[in-house]
Unconditional design. Structure first.
Length: 413
């Protein structure tokens, strides 16, 4: 796109046209829904300090953030990009409605203390789009990127983990190894494996300033694809092995294997990508998110896992979701050129997120101040998310005014 000429900007669609567009681009519904869960997931801490929390935040907080916040953004992104990548029909309106209602109902149940039903509904929410794409395998006109092996492993692992966690909450007897392994599949596997798989394929394309429609070479479509698939499979199996090691009591060995695998995979698939080294607040945020993710995984092997892993959850996954979310929303509303340089509201949001991260880590280091620091951290995160919401989410109402395939934020590339 020629950045010397400001393109024509589209305005909000009327409700009926917007709902039709949501069927083709589910992120327009699921990103706002996930944002609501992002607020609720941390609001439980100040509510608990006031004695108003409807359920123990130690149970509701991780589930709302992983199943509600991460799950909604992940399904919204994949539901928008995969039909374009595979050149098949998009999700049906009924399926999108069922997924949205399942995510909403499950998260409300988590907030109220119904972990058993909430976990089952989340597993159902993941299985619905997964089944949709599997049943249309013969209709695929293109192949999924090899790195999506990691995404599939993450989603399938989360389904198994959520189901086993639900059974444990319901009173089913299971070994400590299975309990811990299922928790790792759900709470770490779901954010980590898709983060690696999507970063390897989408990040260079989301931040590329040229057309995303370039066709792969013959080498890339044959030998290179096989090598990429083997690399993704090996990385996924190593990370699953790290979960088994940690569940079996070898936290140091499992954590080091996980961190080394994540670093090695990103180093091999994103070797100093010029797109990610480009200017702009959003590209810089993506670099920071990847760095904090790796640092969090590494430190969690040696230090307190709760505090250290928030470098991964909050500074890594949370920041990456906001960065890529901004790129997708602005790109698919014809406004991607606005993100090529500084994005001031997002810079303030990053500052709030970093403050939330530091106070969350401090809460584990100062036990006597743990409760107030958790509440302060939650308020910083909510302020950062509110800034992002007001700067980004209004544009989910606006269609893309650019010809299909020319938008830099187009997630189909």
């Amino acid at each position: 796109m020629n950045t010397d000429v400001t393109p024509e900007l589209s305005g909000p669609l009327p409700p009926s046209a917007f709902l039709r567009l949501c069927v083709r681009e589910p992120y327009r519904i699921l990103f706002p829904l996930g944002t609501v869960f992002g607020f609720l997931g941390v609001a439980v801490w100040p509510l608990a300090a006031l004695g108003w929390a409807p359920s123990p935040p130690a149970q509701s907080h991780p589930r709302l953030m992983i199943e509600g916040f991460v799950g909604s953004f992940l399904i919204g992104f994949l539901g928008t990009s995969l039909p374009r990548l595979l050149e098949i029909k998009p999700l049906s309106g009924n399926l999108l409605l069922l997924v949205s209602v399942s995510l909403l109902t499950g998260s409300v149940l988590q907030l109220l203390g119904g972990q058993w039903a909430g976990d089952l509904l989340f597993a159902f929410s993941l299985l619905l789009p997964l089944t949709f794409f599997a049943l249309r395998f013969r209709a695929w006109k293109a192949s999924a990127p090899p790195s999506f092996i990691l995404v599939v492993l993450g989603v399938l692992g989360a389904v198994a983990g959520a189901f086993l966690q639900a059974e444990k909450t319901a009173g089913m007897r299971m070994s400590p190894l299975v309990q811990q392994f299922s928790a790792l599949l759900l709470f770490q596997g779901l954010p980590l494996l898709p983060l690696l798989g999507l970063s390897a394929f989408f990040l260079p394309r989301l931040y590329r300033g040229e057309s995303e429609k370039a066709q792969p070479t013959a080498d890339h479509s044959s030998g290179e694809r096989i090598r990429s698939a083997l690399l993704a499979t090996a990385a996924g199996l190593l990370i699953l092995t790290s979960f088994l090691l940690e569940a079996g009591g070898s936290r140091l060995l499992g954590g080091l294997l996980r961190a080394a695998t994540a670093f090695g995979y990103l180093a091999l698939t994103l070797p100093l990508s010029p797109e990610l080294l480009g200017r702009g607040t959003v590209a810089a945020a993506s670099r920071l998110a990847l760095g904090l993710s790796l640092l969090g995984l590494l430190l969690a092997s040696f230090l307190s896992p709760a505090g250290s892993l928030h470098l991964f959850f909050l500074g890594g996954v949370g920041l990456m979701i906001l960065a890529v979310g901004a790129r997708v929303v602005y790109g698919l509303s014809g406004r991607s050129f606005l993100l090529q340089f500084r994005f001031i509201p997002f810079e303030f949001a990053i500052g709030g997120l970093m403050a939330a991260l530091l106070t969350r880590i401090a809460a584990d280091q100062i036990p006597s101040w743990r409760s107030p620091l958790l509440s302060v951290s939650a308020l910083f995160w909510m302020a950062a998310l509110a800034l992002w919401t007001f700067a980004v989410l209004p544009f989910v109402l606006c269609p893309d005014a650019e010809p299909e395939g020319e938008s830099e934020g187009n997630p189909e590339a």
